[in-house]
Design a protein around this ligand. Structure first.
Ligand SMILES: *[C@@H]1O[C@H](CO)[C@@H](O)[C@H](O)[C@H]1NC(C)=O
Length: 123
């Protein structure tokens, strides 16, 4: 008698959980899809003060991108798009020493003209 009462209660509790899950499951994939979608994340320029040759990087957040050969080793200033922290590295594959910035930056002399790859993540 007691056992079947508990069983009935658990069945109701699980049914209640079962009703709540599809609501959450609908929201989660939509957000995940948005985060994965490639978007313009970074702007990099060949000269200081956001002048000269301009590169706009489109990628998924968290993806490492190697700069194309015409932009590798010429970058002097950059801007991260809103809500992002971007890093450029002295080597391809986002390896070696990295230079991180939020909003905008004139690159320090040690990284000036040395960036070969970049990655942006959410703040
Ligand atoms: C970076 O390249 C620019 C353009 O060639 C040059 O004027 C500048 O001196 C370079 N910076 C460094 C630190 O070598």
């Amino acid at each position: 008698m007691q056992f079947s009462t508990i069983t009935a209660f658990l069945t109701l509790a699980m049914a209640g959980t079962g009703l709540a899950v599809p609501v959450d499951a609908q929201a989660a994939p939509a957000e995940a899809l948005e985060a994965r979608a490639p978007a313009q994340l970074i702007d990099l320029w060949g000269d200081a003060n956001f002048l000269g040759l301009k590169y706009t990087g489109t990628a998924e957040r968290g993806a490492c991108i190697n700069l194309p050969s015409n932009f590798a080793s010429i970058i002097t200033s950059g801007k991260a798009r809103s809500g992002l922290k971007c890093t450029t590295w002295i080597n391809t594959g986002c390896s070696g020493t990295g230079f991180s910035f939020i909003s905008s930056a004139k690159f320090d002399s040690w990284i000036d003209n040395k960036s070969k790859s970049w990655k942006c993540i959410a703040l």
